[in-house]
Each structure stands twice: as structure tokens, then as C-alpha cells.
Design a protein around this ligand. Structure first.
Ligand code: ATP
Ligand code: MG
Length: 405
């Protein structure tokens, strides 16, 4: 790097510093592989928002250079795998340059009377150590802004100065990011996506852990409320905002026939919910093979509804040999709603989302024998072949539906 660059213009250069979390725990080859995926995701997110940027990835950090650093930081703070982001002023890596930049920043953001602290950090082993650097810069701020007090334990304002190989950095805020693992680093899962609140949150949690998520919506036709299908598609659209630049898929299977058959054959209504969920799992099972997905993902949760008692969850799981992931299994509804609001999938206005097949008294402990007997009567394998014969596909990207039908 040429130091003169750092003093070229009147305005000091801004850079966005990106911290990533768990990747530190991996062995070197795995870590570099994951950092490559993370860089790709950050680049895609920024390009999707119209930013063209330059990147550096020295040890332990990613630096992003581009116009509108505040906007860039906002976008990067939504990328899975990123723990936090700071907009930094970059200067020469010497104490005086850091001091001057720090005083300038503090004059903008720190107002007396206030308790403040300066935290120093350095990568090199020469020159001032971290504590000396903090004290040097801190006393300059103390002199420059009358009425301040230093409080290293409980400061109201914190300013950070770092000496890194890439230069000196000064910043006073950390934008929290979701953490997790880079999207696409953990293989693919198939999420059973409904029009409800839970399953989009489950999808988001799996994305956060690095999974590419494809979706399956079972369309009940006349058995489903009039707004169910469009709301499931809206859930998909909103989820796509979390993996910008990538297509997010949903397969819609028309399962009206299945519900018609339960009615025609007078299957005991109390078994309907368990039979319905088993049919969804069987459908997902087949599609996992087609889609190359390694697990089924649901928004199920212990005790939320009759089909989610432990006994029924066991009978439902029995319909598939594919692993079933249930990230919300222990969440309270209120916790799920809080997360849904935070990630933007919660909808204040809900239309007609009722299921017309739900009986008045669903079984809370269906037996395997009873459900198998009903399924045999319904000719479940033939039904499955028929509903799978005409899938529909919906694709969302960057918050827009790009393919439907
Ligand atoms: P959600 O649980 O997503 O809020 P819900 O409350 O309407 O939806 P539940 O009866 O709780 O549905 O269903 C449990 C899980 O089964 C859902 O979290 C979802 O993963 C899956 N599921 C329910 N309905 C459908 C559907 N029509 N298509 C695909 N998956 C569904
Ligand atoms: Mg639910």
C-alpha cells in the first residue's frame, strides 16, 4: 500500500470493516473456503443494491471500499456470517494521524458532559502498545472537548483506534449483524412453507446457519382460505431479501385431491391433521431427491396445535426417512413473532388463511396403525404420484417475484 494515498484528499478515506464470527473456529482450508463464499455473498448483496465496491480480506476481517459507506455498512450488516460492521476512517497507521482523526470524529459525536473511553488495538508489535495508544488518543480528546470525564468501565461513548497492516482505523460504532454461517455453505434443505408466521422464521433460521433453502407449499385448493397461496408467495418474496442476488425457489403442489379423498372415504376427521402433515412429508421426501435437498425443514413446535404434540410429531416423522429439522421446536409463539417482526416476515394484516379441513376435535395422540389404515384406504402412493405430476414453480429474487406458474 502506498502511504501517500492516505493523505491525498482533504477528506480522510472511509472504509467498512466487516467482522465474521464462527469461521474462526474452522481449520484453515475450511475457513478460506467459507470466507470465499462470504465475500461472494457480500459482493452480490452490494451489487444487487447498485454498489460497486473493492474488497480486501486480510487476516480476520473483510474491508469494503466504495461510495456511500454508511449505506454499504447497512447492507453488509444483513449478510449471514457477518457478526458486526463498522464504518471506519482510514488514516496512516501512526499515533498522530489516529489522534487527529479520533479528535475529529469525537467532536462530531461526543458532547460534554459525558463519560468516554478510547480503546486501542494494534496488530504490529512495534511502537505504542494498545493501552498507550488508547491513553494517547484519549488525552487528546479530553483536551479538545472541555467537560468530559474518562470512564473505562461504563462509558457513554466509546471510540476505537486500531493499527492494522492495512492502515490506521478510527470508529465509534458497531452495527450488529445476524451472525451464523455464510448462505450456501451448508448444502440445501427443503422448507415446508405455509402462509403462517412460523415457517418463514424457520426458513430464515436455516438460511442463517448457511443453508440454501428451497420451499414447498401445499396448496389445498378449495380447502384452503382464499389468501393462503398468495400469502405463502409473499412469505417467499420477503425471505428472498435475505439472500440478495440469489434466486429463492418454491414448488407449489396442488393437494386438493388429497382432502377430497379424505372426505369421500369418510376418513375419521380427527385424523385429518396428522394425515395432512404426513402427506406433506411424503411429498417433501420425493422432492428432496429431485431438488438435491438433504433435509426437510418445518416451523413445527412442541404443543402449538394438536398435530404438534410429541406423540403426533413422532407419527408424522414416521412418514419420511429424510431428516426433519424443526428450528422452532422450543420457541414460544411470542418469541417467534418477535423474530418474525425483526426479519420482516410478520404481516399485520392477515386475510383468509383458514384451513377448511381442520376438524373440531383433532386427535392429540393418533396411532400409527390408525393413520396407516386410513392411508391404505386412500391409496396414498397413487395420490402422491398424481399430485406430484403437475408442480408449479415460483422464484423470488431481491424481493421480487421473477417467475410464477
Ligand atoms: P406456520 O406454522 O408456518 O405458522 P401454520 O400455523 O399455518 O403455519 P401449522 O399447522 O402450525 O401451520 O403447520 C406446521 C408446519 O407445517 C408449518 O410450520 C409448515 O412448516 C408446515 N405447513 C403447514 N401448512 C403448510 C402448507 N400449506 N404448505 C407447506 N407447509 C405447510
Ligand atoms: Mg404453526
Amino acid at each position: 500500500m502506498i502511504m501517500e494515498d492516505l493523505h491525498g484528499g482533504d477528506e480522510p478515506e472511509k472504509v467498512v470493516m466487516v467482522r465474521y464470527g464462527e469461521l474462526f473456529l474452522k481449520s484453515d482450508p475450511v475457513k478460506y473456503h467459507f470466507i470465499g463464499i462470504l465475500l461472494r455473498n457480500i459482493r452480490l448483496a452490494l451489487e444487487s443494491a447498485g454498489h460497486s465496491c473493492r474488497f480486501e480480506s486480510p487476516r480476520g476481517r473483510i474491508f469494503v471500499y466504495g461510495e456511500k459507506p454508511e449505506e454499504i455498512a447497512g447492507i453488509v450488516s444483513q449478510v449471514f456470517g457477518v457478526v458486526s460492521v463498522s464504518v471506519c476512517t482510514r488514516v496512516a497507521p501512526d499515533p498522530d494521524a489516529l489522534r487527529d482523526a479520533a479528535v475529529r470524529l469525537a467532536k462530531d459525536h461526543l458532547h460534554a458532559p459525558a463519560r468516554f473511553a478510547v480503546r486501542g488495538k494494534r496488530q504490529s508489535k512495534t511502537g505504542m502498545d494498545s493501552q498507550q495508544l488508547g491513553e494517547y488518543v484519549g488525552s487528546a480528546i479530553f483536551d479538545a472537548i472541555p467537560g468530559l470525564s474518562v470512564d473505562l468501565s461504563h462509558p457513554e461513548y466509546e471510540l476505537f483506534v486500531e493499527v492494522r497492516d492495512c492502515g490506521g482505523l478510527v470508529y465509534d460504532s458497531r452495527i450488529p449483524a445476524p451472525g451464523g454461517l455464510p448462505w450456501g455453505s451448508q448444502g440445501k434443505v427443503l422448507c415446508l412453507l405455509s402462509s403462517g408466521i412460523d415457517s418463514p422464521v424457520a426458513s430464515w433460521l436455516a438460511m442463517k446457519r448457511g443453508c440454501e433453502v428451497s420451499h414447498l407449499h401445499m396448496d389445498g385448493g378449495r380447502w384452503a382460505g382464499g389468501d393462503v397461496r398468495t400469502t405463502a408467495i409473499e412469505n417467499l418474496r420477503r425471505l428472498s431479501l435475505w439472500c440478495p442476488g440469489n434466486d429463492v425457489q418454491m414448488i407449489i403442489i396442488n393437494a386438493e385431491l388429497f382432502y377430497d379423498r379424505m372426505q369421500e372415504l369418510r376418513i375419521p376427521p380427527r385424523l385429518r391433521c396428522v394425515l395432512c402433515k404426513r402427506f406433506m412429508f411424503r411429498t417433501a421426501d420425493r422432492l428432496c431427491v429431485r431438488e438435491g435437498a438433504q433435509a426437510i425443514l418445518t416451523g413445527e413446535n412442541i404443543g402449538q396445535v394438536a398435530s404438534q404434540t410429541l406423540a403426533n410429531l413422532a407419527v408424522i416423522s414416521d412418514a419420511t426417512t429424510t431428516p426433519v429439522l424443526r428450528p422452532l421446536i422450543t420457541y414460544d409463539k411470542a418469541e417467534t413473532i418477535t423474530l418474525a417482526r425483526k426479519i420482516g416476515t410478520f404481516m399485520d394484516k392477515q386475510g383468509d388463511l383458514a384451513c377448511r379441513a381442520v376438524p373440531r376435535m383433532p386427535a392429540t395422540s393418533a396411532t400409527r396403525e390408525a393413520v396407516r389404515e386410513s392411508e391404505e384406504k386412500m391409496g396414498i402412493d397413487g395420490l402422491l404420484d398424481r399430485v406430484l405430476a403437475s408442480p408449479q414453480y415460483v422464484t423470488a429474487k431481491n424481493g421480487e417475484i421473477t417467475r410464477s406458474g
